[in-house]
Design a protein around this ligand. Structure first.
Ligand SMILES: [Zn+2]
Ligand SMILES: [Zn+2]
Ligand SMILES: [Zn+2]
Length: 155
């Protein structure tokens, strides 16, 4: 599905839910703010991942929203080299800092941590959402529902 037809589909779904006319629904969707969950401070120094300069995420982000949601969510793609922690080698990071925590912990020989706090995100405020395109699998940093009060305007 192209970006344009995805947008039209969103307008159509919103019209059905709200009873708005096409232009009204399209305008309401366009006027929505774009929000994101702030990233942690990048890792600095010699332990920083060279691919992402310690940020843990790549250069592009996916944008999501339910047709009747009041805002769009901007979700960065995790760095495919460090898998989200910003460290290479993995010194001082935890399994939960990575895009696929359980799989990653096994591969790197970490003990997995007990599940605590928010049962959906384990207290880290985001969930990893697997997606793919022609280049392969990637993971998105999607804000957890428990982080609603922490979202900021996306740049
Ligand atoms: Zn990286
Ligand atoms: Zn790591
Ligand atoms: Zn949560």
């Amino acid at each position: 599905m192209t970006k344009d037809s995805a947008r039209k589909e969103q307008v159509r779904v919103r019209m059905e839910r709200t009873g708005e006319k096409y232009t009204q629904a399209a305008r309401a969707l366009e006027a929505r703010p774009r929000l994101m969950l702030p990233l942690p401070e990048p890792v600095a120094g010699p332990g920083a991942c060279p691919e992402c300069a310690g940020t843990g995420v790549g250069e592009w982000a996916a944008v999501f929203a339910e047709p009747d949601a009041s805002a769009e969510l901007v979700c960065p793609v995790f760095c495919g080299s460090c898998h989200g922690c910003g460290r290479r080698p993995h010194l001082g990071c935890r399994p939960l800092d990575h895009d696929d925590a359980l799989l990653w912990a096994e591969d790197e020989g970490f003990e997995t941590e007990p599940v605590q706090q928010c049962p959906s995100c384990w207290g880290r405020r985001w969930n990893s959402c697997q997606s793919f395109d022609a280049d392969g699998v990637y993971y998105l940093r999607v804000p957890c529902g428990c982080s609603a009060g922490l979202l900021v305007a996306a740049p």
